[in-house]
Design a protein. Structure first.
Length: 256
């Protein structure tokens, strides 16, 4: 556990800012909180992947609750889609947290990111092509299972995997982002409980406190942004973010 006596404003301010920025992006676009924060904790601070993932998921338990409330309030949630995502996502999250606590799952990460980068480019093409007409997605439960597993094992991935694939299938950008964000609360709470059971409370550091403060401040605004931004622009923004973060992760993995 972190030492509260060391929690000076100067020490935690950078993490508050990162948590705020990451949650604003995540709340509006349905992804990136885990990716941004895990990149910081692992690449810059040298935390082991399992501890970084546990720390970020502990923060996300609170930020996704606040973000989910915002999306529900702004009527961005498709409850039928929500029910079909939550249970497979939770099962996948438990499996992924257990695997990451036992083995290093980083070997597969560049391949997953390459796939997500290609999805990002495709979403950019769809946004550039013109009208974005919503269709009913067909592949949901397997997507939730895989997304939950990769989110825990890879330290972030529920939003990029689930949001992007639902958009590719033609789901409404606003409802997709709202539903994925809201269902993520149950996923992160389960993953956090699994990490605590396998790793204890070692991941709860001073950095966790800063990320939590920044994330909670930003969380209520995500639902409003997703409601107000046009569908075509939302899809383009998701495509840019997904391609950029995936490309950076691939470059970081290959340059080691």
């Amino acid at each position: 556990m972190f030492d509260v006596s060391l929690a000076t404003f100067e020490a935690i301010l950078p993490f508050i800012l990162v948590g705020f920025a990451a949650q604003m992006i995540d709340g509006a676009l349905g992804m990136a909180f885990g990716i941004i924060n895990n990149t910081l904790l692992v690449s810059l601070l040298g935390l082991p992947p399992a501890l970084a993932s546990a720390s970020v998921h502990a923060v996300e338990t609170f930020t996704t609750a606040a973000s989910g409330i915002s999306h529900v309030y702004h009527r961005n949630v498709n409850w039928k889609l929500f029910r079909r995502l939550v249970i497979p996502g939770v099962i996948g999250g438990v499996l992924g947290a257990y695997v990451l606590s036992k083995v290093d799952a980083a070997v597969a990460k560049p391949f997953v990111m390459a796939y997500l980068a290609s999805i990002g480019l495709y979403l950019l093409y769809r946004a550039w092509r013109g009208r974005v007409e919503p269709r009913e997605p067909r592949i949901i439960e397997p997507l939730g299972l895989v997304g939950g597993f990769l989110d825990a094992a890879g330290g972030g991935g529920w939003g990029p995997v689930v949001t992007s694939n639902l958009l590719v299938q033609g789901a409404s950008p606003r409802e997709t982002i709202g539903t994925v964000n809201t269902s993520e609360f149950f996923l992160t709470a389960t993953i956090s409980a699994t990490f605590i059971a396998t790793l204890g409370f070692a991941a709860f550091t001073l950095h966790t406190l800063g990320l939590l403060i920044g994330g909670l401040i930003a969380a209520p605004f995500g639902g409003l942004l997703a409601k107000r931004v046009p569908a075509r622009l939302l899809m383009a923004m998701v495509g840019v973010l997904l391609t950029a973060t995936s490309a950076y992760t691939i470059w970081s993995a290959l340059s080691k």
